[in-house]
Design a protein around this ligand. Structure first.
Ligand code: SF4
Length: 169
């Protein structure tokens, strides 16, 4: 049974996101351990692959044993179809570089069409291709985070001298 088919949540799905948020707020204020409210924010990992080698990161340093994979666009859409009645926003990254998933622009656009705010964090390699900047603007992305470790090139993290190129933006 999917989350939205669960009878416990049917009444909630009939409510607006505002009503759901009020339930969440009340649960927070009264320290309820159990609530019928649904998540107003979710976190989705488009991929756990990365093209950098940050020593602090289980993907970058090789400690992660999870199989490498890409989230298919169809799977992403099915998630959005299920959660958009009550979920207002999502983060689209976890332990991986999200723009390695070629479907990311389509994911952002689909979420935007369902009036969900989107936030992506990237190591910035995607902007070597100027056309990606325009695609990103057109996608409807709400927030963009560009993550840098420091102001000097770090051979452990950066392959092929990326950082020296990136800092010249
Ligand atoms: S860029 Fe991000 S995901 Fe990639 S290795 Fe560094 S911290 Fe991990």
């Amino acid at each position: 049974m999917s989350l939205t088919e669960n009878p416990v949540h049917q009444d909630i799905l009939q409510q607006s996101r505002g009503d759901n948020n009020r339930l969440l707020q009340r649960a927070y204020e009264t320290r309820e351990l159990v609530t019928n409210a649904m998540p107003s924010h979710i976190w989705i990992e488009p991929t756990n692959r990365c093209n950098a080698r940050c020593p602090l990161c289980p993907t970058g340093n090789g400690e992660s044993v999870r199989p490498k994979s890409m989230l298919p666009l169809d799977t992403f859409k099915s998630i959005v179809d299920e959660v958009y009645p009550y979920t207002e926003s999502m983060n689209l990254w976890n332990i991986g570089e999200p723009f390695l998933n070629q479907e990311l622009f389509g994911m952002i656009a689909y979420a935007s069409q369902h009036k969900m705010a989107t936030r992506v964090s990237t190591n910035g390699f995607v902007f070597y291709d100027q056309s990606n900047i325009e695609r990103l603007v057109d996608s409807g992305l709400t927030d963009l985070v560009v993550s840098l470790d420091g102001t000097t090139a770090d051979k452990k993290r950066i392959k092929n001298g990326w950082f020296r190129l990136e800092i010249g933006w």
